[in-house]
Design a protein around this ligand. Structure first.
Ligand code: UDX
Ligand code: UDX
Length: 459
């Protein structure tokens, strides 16, 4: 078997590397239009940071795993083509701010139809609105040159930062396809790939629409848990309850469960917001206004949570942060990744820029170039380079700071020498823990005034 994947991003790269590791007899080629990205995949410095990923790639690269920009050759050689290109939220025209922009996907379909010299199985790996497969089918069939294209949906459930472990040992693999002889045959072929390492009972097969919708629903339900607990965190701050105690006690109910109930400065990442907005748009399209409003509120609470965090910083620093040095610890949307898409840190830093704070940022894996690009893009201006300093050492960031704010739960932030930090900072020294990872008792003993999401200042 010969597999090709179009799109060498956070999803396509790691997923194909795992397939290549588990199936040494299958030739796997990952292609991308971005030459720089492909060069990075072929170098010692991979474009995606994921614990354990280097080993998986090195094991197979050059053996049965290849990275290339030659899209056409890879399409022609493949029996199975995964499409894992980005599907961002539309920023223009009808559905702007909500609908998924499917132009990259459509381009891929047209390309596949144009260059294919035989039958292909085309697998949607990107997260897509329900019924996208229908459009894919029509584009492919209308340009088929007599070849047969069978469409499958196989959404990815890996989380960044734990991608290798999630791929190695997934809770489930979901494969959707048509209930026709050719559809069933294609499903069986893809099942046989995953069955090399995933137990049969964890491989679920459904129709195309269920598979497409399940991906959106899974992310919406996960994000909803965070927005639910974050809404309660605000109530805790004013009532004297402690949100981590509430989450621990409520999560003890097996029906609720303990995971994904950490109150935070807000969820980020490429999927949650995009997929919920996508769901909202879909509901609107079908005239389900109430359902759309219900899910949209999950995103609204998330933005409110980020703004609330900033307000608390400003209020605490005597209602002005102008000219005050504020050290932001972390810029990635979560630990163990260099991905910053939709990171809460972007909105927090931007709001502090508006208040004319003197911002300094340290993140173990995010580069200064990325920080500036994200801020300029989010703000639509070019002010970040002037207003924000990005440093490569946490102690440098904290030198002379009035306040520190933890925005990403990187382990290194737990392990800093906080006595040394305190000695370097302006007094009173404030610590805002947006991820609830620091040892607050110890910090208070040293002399910090500590503020934690979901705890009233008195706690
Ligand atoms: C993306 C989507 O965000 C996600 O919804 C989907 O499930 C998988 O694809 P990710 O892999 O994290 O996730 O995105 P990204 O890192 O941006 O990778 C997409 C890649 O596709 C980029 O490297 C881009 O250059 C490439 N691409 C895009 C193509 O090769 N051809 C195109 O026409 C468009
Ligand atoms: C998510 C889904 O988990 C994954 O299954 C899907 O395929 C893609 O989207 P990812 O975006 O990589 O994965 O990260 P995830 O671990 O889900 O975290 C998302 C955001 O929620 C992060 O910003 C994280 O810090 C935040 N979060 C998570 C919380 O604020 N509290 C929690 O309890 C859990």
């Amino acid at each position: 078997m010969n597999i090709c994947c179009i799109g060498a991003g956070y999803v396509g790269g790691p997923t194909m590397a795992m397939i290549a590791r588990k199936c040494p007899d299958i030739r796997v080629t990952v292609v991308d239009i971005n030459q720089e990205r492909i060069d990075a995949w072929n170098s010692a410095e991979l474009p995606v940071y994921e614990p354990g990923l280097d080993d998986v790639v090195l094991e197979s690269r050059g053996r049965n795993l290849f990275f290339s920009t030659n899209v056409d050759d890879a399409i022609r050689a493949a029996d199975v083509i995964f499409v894992s290109v980005n599907t961002p939220t539309k920023t223009y025209g009808v559905g702007a701010g909500r609908a998924a922009d499917l132009r990259y996907l459509e381009l891929c379909a047209r390309r596949i139809a144009e260059v294919a010299t035989g039958d292909k199985i085309v697998v949607e790996k990107s997260t897509l609105p329900v019924k996208t497969a229908e459009s894919l089918k029509r584009v492919l069939h209308a340009n088929s040159n007599g070849h047969h294209f069978e469409i499958l949906s196989n959404p990815e459930f890996l989380a960044e930062g734990t991608a290798v472990a999630d791929l190695e040992n997934p809770d489930r693999v979901l494969i959707g396809g048509d209930d026709t002889p050719q559809g069933r045959e294609a499903i069986a072929k893809l099942v046989s790939v995953y069955a090399r390492w995933v137990p049969a009972e964890r491989i679920l097969t459904t129709n195309l629409w269920s598979s497409e919708l399940t991906k959106l629903v899974s992310n919406a339900l996960l994000a909803q848990r965070i927005s639910s607990i974050n809404s309660i965190s605000a109530l805790c701050e004013v009532t004297g309850a402690d949100v981590s105690e509430v989450a621990r006690a409520a999560g003890r109910d097996a029906r609720i469960g303990p995971r994904f109930l950490n109150a935070s400065v807000g969820f980020g990442g490429s999927c949650f917001q995009k997929d919920i907005l996508n769901l909202v748009y879909l509901c609107e399209h079908y005239g389900l206004r109430e359902v759309a409003d219900y899910w949209e509120s999950v995103v609204k609470i998330n933005d409110w949570q980020k703004d609330r965090f900033v307000s608390r910083i400003i209020r605490t620093l005597f209602n002005t942060v102008a000219g005050k040095r504020i050290a932001l610890l972390g810029f990635a949307f979560k630990k163990d990744t260099n991905d910053t898409r939709e990171s809460a840190a972007i909105r927090v830093a931007s709001a502090l820029m508006d208040e004319k704070a003197d911002i300094v940022i340290y993140d173990p894996k995010v580069t200064a170039v990325e920080v500036y690009r994200d801020l300029d893009y989010a703000r639509g201006d070019q002010l970040a380079r002037e207003a924000v300093q990005v440093v490569d050492d946490p102690y440098t960031a904290l030198e002379g700071a009035h306040a520190l704010a933890v925005l990403t739960e990187w382990d290194v932030f737990r392990e800093l020498d906080y006595q040394r930090v305190f000695d370097k900072m302006k007094k009173p020294a404030f610590a805002f823990d947006g991820r609830n990872i620091l040892d607050h008792q110890n910090l208070r003993k040293i002399g910090f005034e500590v503020h934690v999401i979901g705890k009233s200042p008195a706690l």
